[in-house]
Design a protein around this ligand. Structure first.
Ligand code: Z16
Length: 839
């Protein structure tokens, strides 16, 4: 028999209830079995991780019947499947989420507790797969949850990085990075499928030849071949039988490729031949919004895109479906331009590997692909230097040239004599050094292009992709981001979940618009008291954590003012700092001044090469050192930087916030999704009219949202007429005093150099208009402080914020993608009594 082929005759496997049942008793038995048979431990030597693994396998066993049945159902029905291609999936811990989806969270907790173990400690034991930088990767994870929960046939394709986003430590106020060894103690959620490995070519050159039908064809002779091994993780929907797949590719050496050397006796060299293959999927690039143009990154992109497209083709070929029907069977979503090489790779596979003609291949490609843009920042737009691109992907470059030539002809027909337009739109940037423009490639090769919030989608059409909008207006739409209420409410905020459910039932978990029913309780004083008590208890928990980790005492009744997100100048964490120093200056001027007690909490990682972001972290910590220890402050202000912000930790942070800081410069944050998670959990927002803030404010009502700052048109206007930050500094004494305190070493023991790069950037450049927005921000913060004094009123706003967040469920986003872009419908999955292997 061949080891990677199904065998003809297989025994019947009966899935017994006492092995995978959902009762407390069966869970206990399975847990003990797994400790013994999988971890291979007696209880007396088992570690916390062994217990975690035993529980994880217990849960995984209970996913398998649903998972396999889902795959079988979708295959038999021949339905169109969404393939979500993303270089990042920021999944967060699986265990708790799977327990929620299976509906056995309480049973598992009881089982583990009765066995004398600490259930919450076991949940905390899980090392999260941090295979993403921030919003974009977490969005992909929320979308998988929603697709499964809505019974949408779907698969997520990505990269199995050995090291995910780095771990962050803080030493002497500075960020220190270390490698994220998430796989160190094994990953119980994934199943590797080496029998479905595929090969990816890199480098080399191309040749023309004539095939057996006399047609001119192209052959790619690569310099190197890498194997892609798929690792599958089941993603179970909430209280449904649909479990979709996250399929992540890991690179391995293709040993047979160098068989010649092997035969000629150079055994050692043949085995050692694994330079690229060893490094390809090692590490996630930790830059959230800047394209570095590194060859290895392009190699990662072609690697996972090629593996994924080949995988889809194999799925069709195995079922005898002709590849001419590819677009009828798969809707492929490109999560930003990271997988945009799919345009050329799908063409190449269809033509070079499967003999389909250009015109047919091009029609299939455009009907299959759609592209989501996630940023307007010019530095984040990917482009690849021509030298690098042609060395790694010679065949793709030929295909891109051909696409480009037909595309430019098209433009010439529609916009005659417009050379400027041709050079603006070309897939190749030829202004100086030559580059391949990935966003242009994605736009040309897709039938749909979307932004991630209403404002962002408008700005795409007016600005970054304006020419493409003029050429293909019908391709453009908006799909406002959403987040999953399963992870970000049910799992992370059980207390609030129980209160809400006690009032309106649990329908809201799948139909988040039902939260509106909470509005009926806003005038119920008992309800408001319960709401407040819950918030206080959660804040108390976070205060305990802060004491343990940061050694800082914070008052849980103070206003918890939280900014948690990647550190970036456009997100303006330092504007938040300017507010803190403003309050501090008021205290120093008059220690008896009235101040609403506040705890300022920050969390977030800086890209390791982003000096200014790292300096902002240092500033936050330095301001904290001074403010937290100055007796004049009398503990009314506390500043805390929480290290190593990740999904696991975010789940503890969102529920504890009173105030969520969403203060990016208008026109810079594409959407934001943390803004939604805070608000769902009853936090109020202070924010600019940026990204999804605009829509959040529309939903919750202007009177329930703390708005400040310039609008996007005002930003453009101010910049156009020549922005002079120094003018704001000179003419605003409070602002001047704040900057002067930093500049004069007030937070650096008199060292006037340390924060100079930050200070001079603000005074003489200030690309993100902090100084222009300063006074508006401070005035707004003063309104926040005033409002917080009236706890009854604040609670009303808090309840209304949660109640009106229905729109921001990722279920709504996914329904819109299904309707407008993917044309995919839900498919119910029925479980059968028995599962027979091999049928
Ligand atoms: C990212 O997380 C985002 C954009 C981007 O170009 C690269 C990365 Cl790694 C974020 C946006 O900044 C954020 O506004 C948006 O909510 C998120 O993507 C999801 O769309």
């Amino acid at each position: 028999t061949v080891p990677n082929q199904p065998i003809e005759c297989v025994p019947t496997v009966v899935v017994e209830d006492d092995r995978t049942g959902l009762s407390v008793e069966t869970l206990k038995r399975a847990f003990q079995d797994n400790l013994f048979y999988i971890q291979g431990k007696f209880a007396n030597i088992a570690t916390q991780n062994d217990y975690y693994m035993a529980l994880a396998y217990t849960v995984r066993d209970r996913l398998l019947r649903r998972w396999l049945t889902t795959a079988e159902t979708h295959t038999h029905q021949g339905v169109r499947t969404v393939a979500y291609l993303s270089a990042e999936f920021l999944m967060g811990p699986h265990l708790g989420n799977n327990l929620i989806s299976l509906g056995i969270y309480d049973e598992a907790k009881q089982a583990i507790t009765e066995l004398g173990l600490d259930f919450d400690a076991l949940l905390q034991q899980e090392e999260e797969p941090g295979l993403g930088n921030g919003g974009l990767g977490r969005l992909a994870a929320c979308y998988l949850d929603s697709m499964a929960s809505l019974d949408i046939p779907s698969i997520g394709y990505g990269i199995r990085y050995e090291f995910g986003i780095f771990d962050q430590d803080i030493r002497d106020g500075w960020q220190i990075e270390s490698t994220d060894k998430w796989l160190r103690y094994g990953n119980p959620w994934e199943i590797s499928r080496p029998e479905w490995a595929v090969e990816v070519k890199l480098g080399g050159h191309t040749e023309r030849y004539t095939d057996e039908n006399g047609r001119n064809r192209t052959r790619w002779i690569p310099h190197e071949v890498v194997m892609g091994i798929p690792y599958d993780t089941p993603i179970l929907g909430y209280k449904t039988n649909t479990a979709t797949t996250l399929r992540l590719w890991s690179a391995a050496a293709a040993e047979s490729f160098d068989f010649a050397a092997f035969n000629s006796g150079d055994y050692f060299r043949a085995v050692q031949q694994k330079t690229v293959s060893e490094t390809l999927t090692k590490v996630l690039y930790p830059n959230d919004e800047s394209a570095q143009g590194k060859k290895l990154r392009l190699a990662q992109q072609i690697f996972f895109v090629s593996c994924s497209l080949q995988d889809m083709m194999l799925i069709l070929i195995r079922q005898g479906i002709p590849l001419e029907q590819f677009h009828e069977k798969f809707a492929v979503q490109l999560n930003d331009t990271h997988p945009a090489i799919a345009v050329a790779e799908l063409m190449r596979l269809l033509m070079d590997e499967h003999g389909i003609e250009w015109d047919t291949a091009w029609r299939i490609t455009q009907k299959t692909l759609s592209y989501t843009n996630h940023t307007l920042l010019p530095e984040a737009l990917e482009r690849w230097g021509m030298g690098l691109f042609s060395t790694l992907l010679p065949r793709h470059l030929e295909i891109i040239y051909e696409i480009n030539s037909q595309f430019l002809d098209d433009i010439r027909r529609k916009f005659p004599n417009d050379d400027a337009r041709l050079s603006r739109m070309s897939l190749i940037d030829e202004a100086g050094e030559r580059y391949v423009r990935m966003a242009h490639l994605a736009c040309v090769g897709s039938h749909a292009i979307n932004g991630v919030a209403a404002l962002h989608s408008e700005l795409l059409k007016q600005d970054v992709l304006r020419d493409f909008y003029e050429l293909y207006p019908e391709k453009f739409s908006n799909k406002t981001n959403g987040v999953t209420p399963r992870r970000f409410m049910v799992l992370s905020n059980p207390r609030l979940t129980n209160l809400i459910t006690s009032k309106i039932g649990d329908g809201w978990i799948k139909h988040l618009d039902d939260l509106r029913k909470l509005e009926a309780f806003v005038e119920d004083a008992d309800f408001r008291q319960q709401w407040r008590d819950i918030k206080l208890a959660i804040k108390q928990d976070l205060a305990t954590y802060i004491k343990q980790v940061n050694g800082i005492d914070v008052d849980p009744t103070s206003l918890f003012d939280i900014q948690a997100k990647r550190i970036h100048e456009y997100k303006r964490q330092h504007l938040d700092v300017l507010h803190i120093i403003t309050l501090y200056n008021r205290i120093k001027a008059n220690p008896d001044v009235h101040i609403t007690p506040r705890t300022f909490i920050f969390g977030g990682k800086a890209a390791p090469g982003y000096f200014m972001a790292k300096l902002i972290i240092k500033l936050i910590n330095s301001v904290g050192d001074v403010v937290n220890n100055d007796p004049d402050v009398r503990d009314r202000l506390k500043v805390v930087f929480l290290k190593d912000y990740n999904v696991k930790f975010a789940q503890r942070v969102y529920p504890a916030a009173d105030l969520s800081e969403q203060i990016s410069l208008a026109g810079k944050e594409a959407s934001g999704t943390g803004n939604m998670k805070f608000s769902m959990n009853g936090s109020l927002t202070i924010g600019t009219l940026d990204g999804a803030n605009v829509e959040i404010r529309d939903e919750v009502g202007a009177e329930n949202f703390f708005l400040f700052g310039l609008t996007t048109p005002e930003v453009y206007e101010l910049k156009a007429k020549g922005y002079n930050p120094y003018h704001y500094y000179e003419s605003n004494p409070a602002l001047k005093a704040v900057i002067d305190r930093i500049a004069s070493g007030g937070f650096s023991n008199g060292d006037t150099n340390l924060f100079n790069p930050l200070v001079s950037t603000l005074l003489y450049k200030d690309d993100y208009l902090l100084l222009a927005d300063y006074q508006s921000y401070i005035d707004c913060q003063d309104r926040v402080s005033q409002t917080y004094l009236d706890q009854e009123y604040w609670t009303r706003l808090s309840i209304l914020n949660s109640a009106r967040m229905g729109k921001f469920s990722s279920d709504r986003s996914i329904r819109e993608y299904c309707e407008d872009i993917w044309y995919v419908k839900p498919v119910a999955v029925e479980l059968k009594e028995y599962v027979q292997a091999g049928t």
